[in-house]
Design a protein around this ligand. Structure first.
Ligand code: SAM
Length: 282
């Protein structure tokens, strides 16, 4: 006679990420794969049955195996299919390598990745299979350092800059400030484009408004766009496409094959903003 009782539910611990004091997201921790404090932040990697490996910095979700492409494709491809000749590319932050792997789908010439925390690189190499091969690509130069310092010290100029910073806390806070973007603009080639992430239109509407105001003072063209990211606060994310003359609705090339989310229709629709965002931007 088989037992009617179901096997005892294995109790897993949980990681809870609060998005407001009343709401958030939780991940059951099937296995804690890594947990150490670097000189900059607490770095954790957990195994979750549904999302796979999840990277957290100071307790905030950065990327998950299952849904990383929603964010990385939407941060990279709008700029790379519209810039007329994207050869010299800069990524600031992005130590998990998700943005790097997307850019390497294009015949870019040189690519700098400036990540402040070498431990994020080492941990991500271990747990996210896409990073090591990307870092071995001859076109990539990895710089361990502060993105703000790098921008001030380098005399290089770039065609496309992608700011893949973590949340505006800890080492990342300066990457969300006006001075950083003023310095960044001086490092752009003619036709240069900057794409940065602005946060959740659901939880961070005021911050998005404030950032858009100072970005519009710095860049001749400031266009917001949105896309879904299931594991980020509110499930929808806002990005800013910043530049001079290039109009993001004019494509210079086809997107690469094999993308899971991004395509030309998604590109066009992403720049159509919901009223709650449009009204805020005036
Ligand atoms: N996609 C994630 C998100 O939207 O939150 C961010 C991915 S990536 C893990 C963010 C990276 O930015 C981290 O590895 C962090 O160490 C790095 N970072 C934070 N502040 C930085 C700075 N000032 N200069 C360079 N890298 C920085």
């Amino acid at each position: 006679m088989t037992s009617k009782k179901s096997p005892p539910e294995i109790e897993f611990s949980e990681i809870r990420e609060y998005h407001s004091s009343w709401s958030g997201l939780f991940f059951k921790v099937k296995k804690l794969l890594y947990s150490h404090r670097s000189p900059f932040q607490k770095i954790e990697v957990i195994e979750n049955e549904y999302f796979g490996k999840v990277l957290l910095l100071d307790g905030l979700v950065q990327t998950t195996e299952r849904d990383e492409f929603y964010y990385h494709e939407m941060l990279v491809h709008p700029a790379l299919i519209t810039h007329p000749s994207p050869q010299d590319i800069l990524i600031i932050g992005g130590g998990d390598g998700g943005v790097l792997k997307e850019i390497l789908l294009y015949p870019v010439e040189r690519l700098w990745l400036v990540e402040i925390d070498s431990q994020v690189i080492e941990v991500s190499k271990n747990f996210f299979p896409w990073l090591s091969p990307a870092l071995e690509d001859k076109r990539v130069e990895l710089v361990i350092g502060d993105g703000g310092e790098f921008i001030r010290q380098t005399n290089r100029k770039f065609d496309v800059v992608l700011v893949d910073s973590s949340d505006p806390v800890g080492p990342s806070s300066r990457l969300h400030e006006e001075d950083f973007y003023r310095d960044l603009k001086k490092r752009l080639n003619p036709d240069g484009v900057v794409v940065t992430q602005l946060g959740s239109p659901f939880y961070h509407l005021e911050e998005i408004k404030e950032k858009s105001i100072f970005l519009a003072k710095i860049f001749k063209l400031t266009r917001l766009y949105t896309g879904p990211v299931p594991s980020y606060p509110g499930g929808i994310w806002c990005y800013a496409y910043l530049g001079g003359e290039i109009n993001p609705s004019k494509l210079s090339r086809e997107p690469p094959g094999g993308l899971k989310y991004f395509n030309k229709e998604i590109h066009r629709k992403a720049f159509s903003l919901p009223n709650l965002l449009k009204d805020k931007l005036g």
